[in-house]
Design a binder for this molecule. Structure first.
Ligand code: NAD
Length: 347
């Protein structure tokens, strides 16, 4: 029995979490779910978007499936008070990652037959640093017409994420690690990131290494994605590259992800809360379902994870129960039922 925290999230979060729980359970692996409300649901229940009890549940279990959380623009952030200290984070997502000590965000993006057209063979893993860069949320206003943000890069965090990317590459039989940066302009920050990644990859003689400027990386991902295998990137570039590659393979609804820290892993879709389609039964649950497959890999149930990926591939290539983002007319529940049926047929 695997005990996993469930953070249902905002917008389409509850719909795709329910779908993911059903698919994970259809594999026959036993789960016990513990609710860890965050975001708008938590604010309604307890007055806090990031309740200490929910953080404690995730910390204690070390595993969570998480729906997306709304981050209001220009809201001033989220405050946590505990042990006499006050911590303010730019968003609930950012606060959760930092409270858990998560440092690497894994986003494997691949093309799917019947869906991804010219990008059917795209197969890239993006490893994004998630503790620093411009997303630390330190901004200030100089005067009414001028603001600044701090971009922080440290050798320690850059080496840590580089090591995570290299270990992942070795474990999964991947050959090349590419560092993405803008070190020709940001010599001290992105330059340090690049130098750090280069020093870590040198410890892995079996891996090839190269680097690309962020703008060139975007161009090459579109023109020739086969140039890439594992990409390691600072926070902001990694964020943007994940949505770009999800778009190339057909939908944000196909892009899984996970955040890893010491003793904790939170599995979440790459996309946001999609408030424009929330509650309408139109959400594509596949990205969170594929994040669920990553969770199975992580807990030593890789066969079950592979069965989910196979079932998703079959449903996508048949094309008869696709959600609207993939050009179909099926509901979230119909697509989920289709995946569950295939998993059960294959058991
Ligand atoms: P979004 O990813 O929510 O949506 C972008 C577009 O993609 C929308 O048209 C949406 O309908 C569509 N889309 C996204 N996921 C889909 C799915 N599974 N199925 C079908 N269509 C899907 O991005 P946004 O609109 O910029 O952000 C909405 C909210 O989500 C914001 O508050 C943002 O801060 C938040 N957000 C949260 C996370 C997270 O929790 N990890 C990530 C990104 C954005």
């Amino acid at each position: 029995m695997h005990r996993v925290a469930i953070i249902r999230g905002d917008g389409i979060g509850p719909e795709i979490c329910e779908a993911t729980q059903q698919v994970l359970e259809a594999t026959g692996v036993a789960f016990r779910w513990e609710e860890a409300p965050m975001g708008q649901q938590a604010a309604r229940l307890s007055g806090s978007e990031l309740p200490l009890e929910s953080l404690e549940t995730v910390r204690r279990l070390g595993l969570a499936v998480k729906g997306p959380l709304i981050a209001e623009r220009c809201s001033g952030g989220v405050k946590i008070e505990s042990g006499g200290s006050v911590r303010i984070y730019p968003s609930v997502n950012n606060g959760l990652r930092r409270e858990m000590g998560a440092f690497a965000n894994l986003r494997p993006v691949r093309g799917w037959e019947g869906i991804s057209g010219a990008y059917g063979e795209l197969d890239v893993v993006i490893v994004r640093e998630i503790t620093e860069d411009t997303y630390i949320g330190i901004e200030h206003r100089i005067d009414a017409d001028t603001s600044e943000a701090v971009k922080r890069v440290t050798r320690q965090a850059s080496c840590r994420v580089a090591r995570f990317a290299c270990d992942y590459a070795v474990r999964h039989g991947r050959r090349r690690v590419t560092a993405v940066h803008k070190a020709n302009v940001l010599h001290l920050t992105d330059g340090l990131f690049l130098e750090s990644v280069r020093s870590v990859v040198a410890e892995y003689p079996g891996l090839e290494f190269d680097d690309r400027m962020i703008d060139a990386a975007c161009y090459h991902l579109i023109k020739n994605p086969r140039m890439f295998d594992v990409i390691v990137a600072p926070n902001q570039y990694g964020d943007i590259l994940s949505d770009l590659t999800a778009g190339l393979v057909g939908s944000l609804g196909l892009a899984p992800g996970a955040n890893f820290g010491p003793g904790v892993a939170v599995f979440e879709a790459s996309h946001g809360a999609a408030p424009d389609i929330a509650g309408k039964g139109l959400a594509n649950p596949i990205s969170l379902i594929l994040s669920g497959a990553l969770l199975l890999d992580h807990i030593g149930e890789a066969d079950a994870g592979e069965r989910i990926r196979r079932a998703v591939g079959e449903v996508l290539s048949r094309g008869d129960c696709l959600t609207p983002d993939l050009g179909g007319r099926a509901s979230t529940r119909e697509l989920t039922a289709g995946i569950c049926r295939r998993i059960q047929d294959g058991r």
